[in-house]
Write a protein that binds this ligand. Structure first.
Ligand code: HEC
Length: 423
C-alpha cells in the first residue's frame, strides 16, 4: 500500500529543474561515505555560548571555532545534553544523544547530489504530520512534537515529520565556517529561553514568532528584537550575507519528490515561489480547505487509530478534493494540516527522495549547480562551502534535532568532504 502510493505520486510529480539527471542511477557504492556524529544541542544558544557559563565563551566571542576545543567530543556532549541539565528543561524520554549521519556527495555538469543515511529512533519512518480533528463542533490540531508540554503530559499524541537539513554558506557569512548553525540559534526563538510573544514578534518582525536569524541582521545580535531596517537587510542579502537552508521533509516534501529551498537572514524564510506544501485551513470559514477523495483514499478522512498505519499524504491533483462542509462529519474525523502540491519558482530548486528500510532512511537531495536566484547560494565547480547538517528524528521539531559542527564540502577542491565528479 505504502510503496505503491509513493511510487504513484513521485513518478508523476518529480519534475523541476533537477530532474534532468537521475540520482537513482548513480553508483553510490563507489563513493566513500563520510560519517559525521550529530549531537543533541539542548538550548546551547548564541547567547549562552558567549556567557560566563560556557568555558569557551571568550574564544567563541572572538569568532573562534567550536572544534578548537570540542573535536571528537560530540558523543559526550550529546549524552549529557539529552538528559535533564541546565541546557535542557524539557528532556525527551528515550531520545538518543547522538546520531551517525553518513554523507556522500557527487556532482556532474548540472547538479550536485547529496546522499544521506541515518538510523531512526522509532521503528517506523516519521512520515506523519499533525492533523485537524473534528471534535463535533470545530477542527482542532491533533498531534504535536515531543518537546511540547502537552505531549510530555500525555494530553496530545506525539506526531511530527522526520527531516534532514543542510545549512550552506559560501564564505560570505562571518563566523559560519567556525560556528555553523549555532550562529542562528538564539534566545527568544521557539522552544528557547525567553520565547517571544506573538505581539512582540509582530512588532519587531511582522511575524508570529522568532525563528533562526544571523547575527548581522540585528544591531545587537543577542537581542532578537533589534532587527535592522529593511534597506540594511536588503543590502546584506544582496551581498550574499545569508545562509541557504535546504530541508528534506518526510511528510511535506518527500511525496512530491522535493526538498524545500529556504534561507536564513533575519528569519527562517522560504525562497520565492510556491512551496511543496500549504496550510489546509481556511482561516475565514475555520474549516479545512481539502479532504481526501474517498475514491482514492477509501474515506474522506482518517482517524486516530489509522495514524502510522497508512500513507497520510493529502495531495492536490492526486487524492485531495475540495472540503465539503455537508459531508456528514463525525467526531474524530481527521484530515492533514497541510496539503501537498508541486513547488514552483525558486522554491522548487531542490529535488529530494527518501526511502526508509529496516530502520534506516536513505535520502538523496539533488541541487542544481550555478543557481542564479537572489535567495540561493550557488554551488560551483572549484567551490568550497561550509555546511551544517541537522536531522529531526522521532516526532520532534525546532531545537529537538541532532546537529553537527560545521564541515567543508568541496566540488573539485580540497575539503573535509570532497564531492566526486561523475563521469
Ligand atoms: C576555548 C574552548 C572552547 C570553545 C572554542 C568552545 N567551547 Fe564549548 N565548552 C568548552 C568547555 C571546556 C566546556 C565544558 C565541558 C567540556 O569540557 O566539554 C564546554 C561546554 C560546552 C557545552 C555544554 C556541555 C556541558 O558539559 O554542559 C556546549 C553545548 C558547548 N560547549 C558548545 C560549544 C559550541 C557550539 C561552540 C562553538 C560555537 C563551543 N562550545 C566552543 C570549551 C570550548
Amino acid at each position: 500500500m505504502r510503496a505503491q502510493s509513493l511510487v504513484l505520486c513521485c513518478g508523476i510529480l518529480a519534475a523541476g529543474p533537477a530532474a534532468a539527471a537521475d540520482p537513482a542511477k548513480i553508483d553510490w557504492g563507489k563513493i566513500k561515505p563520510t560519517s559525521l556524529t550529530l549531537f543533541y544541542p539542548g538550548q546551547s544558544s548564541y547567547e549562552w555560548l558567549r556567557s560566563a557559563e560556557h568555558p569557551g565563551a571568550q574564544v567563541v566571542a572572538g569568532d573562534g571555532a567550536c572544534l578548537t576545543c570540542h573535536k571528537g567530543s560530540e558523543k559526550k556532549l550529546g549524552a549529557k545534553l539529552v538528559k535533564p541539565n541546565k541546557l535542557e528543561p524539557m528532556p525527551v524520554k528515550g531520545k538518543d544523544g547522538s546520531k551517525e549521519l553518513k554523507v556522500q556527495v557527487a556532482y556532474d555538469d548540472k547538479n550536485s547530489y547529496w546522499r544521506f543515511q541515518w538510523k531512526t529512533n522509532a521503528r517506523q519512518p516519521g512520515i506523519e504530520y499533525p492533523y485537524y480533528r473534528f471534535d463535533g463542533k470545530e477542527w482542532k490540531v491533533y498531534g504535536e512534537p515531543r518537546l511540547n508540554k502537552s505531549v510530555q503530559e500525555g494530553k496530545q499524541a506525539a506526531i511530527y515529520e522526520d527531516r534532514l537539513t543542510l545549512m550552506i554558506d559560501d564564505g560570505k557569512v562571518p563566523g559560519f565556517a567556525a560556528q555553523g548553525c549555532w550562529l542562528t540559534c538564539h534566545t527568544g526563538e521557539r522552544d528557547m529561553p525567553g520565547v517571544a510573544s506573538k505581539d512582540e514578534a509582530q512588532k519587531a518582525l511582522k511575524k508570529n514568532d522568532v525563528r533562526k536569524y544571523l547575527p548581522a541582521s540585528r544591531s545587537n545580535p543577542s537581542d532578537w528584537s533589534t532587527v535592522k531596517s529593511t534597506d540594511e537587510l536588503a543590502k546584506i542579502k544582496a551581498e550574499g550575507g545569508f545562509v541557504d537552508l535546504v530541508q528534506w521533509r518526510a511528510h511535506r516534501s518527500n511525496p512530491m519528490g522535493g526538498a524545500d529551498d529556504g534561507y536564513v537572514l533575519e528569519y527562517r524564510s522560504f525562497d520565492k515561489g510556491k512551496n511543496h506544501f500549504a496550510s489546509n485551513m481556511d482561516n475565514e470559514k475555520k474549516v479545512p480547505k481539502f479532504m481526501y477523495d474517498a475514491k482514492k483514499f477509501k474515506a474522506k478522512a482518517t482517524t486516530a487509530k489509522d495514524v502510522r498505519k497508512r500513507d497520510p499524504f493529502l495531495i492536490k491533483g492526486v487524492n485531495a478534493v475540495a472540503f465539503d462542509p455537508q459531508a456528514g462529519w463525525k467526531e474524530g474525523d481527521m484530515v492533514p494540516r497541510y496539503f501537498l502540491q508541486p513547488a514552483e519558482d525558486s522554491a522548487a530548486d531542490n529535488a529530494g527522495k527518501g526511502t526508509w528500510k529496516n530502520g534506516v532512511w536513505t535520502v538523496v537531495i539533488t541541487r542544481p549547480l550555478g543557481l542564479a536566484n537572489p535567495d540561493d547560494k550557488a554551488l560551483k565547480e572549484g567551490g568550497v562551502y561550509s555546511v551544517g547538517f541537522g536531522v529531526h528524528d522521532d516526532n520532534i521539531t525546532t531545537r529537538g534535532h541532532h546537529v553537527a559542527f560545521p564541515v567543508t564540502v568541496g566540488f573539485g577542491a580540497k575539503a573535509d568532504i570532497q564531492a566526486v565528479k561523475l563521469p
